[in-house]
Write a protein that binds this ligand. Structure first.
Ligand code: SF4
Length: 166
């Protein structure tokens, strides 16, 4: 397998399901017609349109929500808060990508369907956790075969379900 760059999407998948991270990392495309893929894409593309601008940093596309007193506020928009930990770590990863480039940004996680917003900051504990997660993701991606599927609540809506439970 060619060199892999761990991006925010892989962080998101890893915290939900390592098998899913492997499938995504190996460019196995999930079912685009899956309702959850379509709804997630729709919400991502159509929420906060007036505020949002997208920037690309390393392997990540980041939504810039706005500048506030000279500080960049970046956001991540999710369909539901059910996988909050994944979403928080994905956004923390984007903050770390910016920090590496000398930009101190602030994160704002948004769940528009629930009308909820949460702040995300990059503290030392989170930075260390991200380093460990990236190492673990690389270890998983270099496996010749994906980790075995484990039934979790996400499976029933997962676009990769046909790769696991046929
Ligand atoms: S169906 Fe379940 S086990 Fe399979 S990739 Fe999705 S979340 Fe992981």
């Amino acid at each position: 397998m060619a060199d892999i760059e761990v991006g925010g999407t892989l962080i998101w998948y890893y915290y939900i399901c390592p098998r899913e991270a492997w499938l995504m990392g190996h460019h196995i495309v999930p079912d685009q017609e899956n309702d959850n893929v379509s709804v997630g894409r729709y919400i991502g593309e159509n929420s906060y349109r007036r505020e949002k601008k997208e920037i690309v940093v390393g392997g990540s596309k980041i939504d810039v929500i706005h500048m506030e007193e000279g500080q960049m506020i970046i956001g991540e928009i999710k369909k539901s808060s059910k996988y909050r930990k994944s979403a928080r770590m994905q956004l923390a990863f984007y903050l770390s990508e910016l920090k590496e480039r000398g930009i101190n940004a602030h994160g704002e996680l948004r769940f528009p369907k629930e009308k909820v917003r949460e702040d995300v900051i990059l503290d030392e504990t989170t930075e260390n956790e991200l380093i460990q997660a990236q190492k673990e993701i690389l270890r998983i991606l270099y496996l010749d075969t994906p980790p075995f599927p484990k039934k979790i609540s996400f499976c029933k809506n997962c676009a990769y379900a046909e790769y696991c439970w046929c």
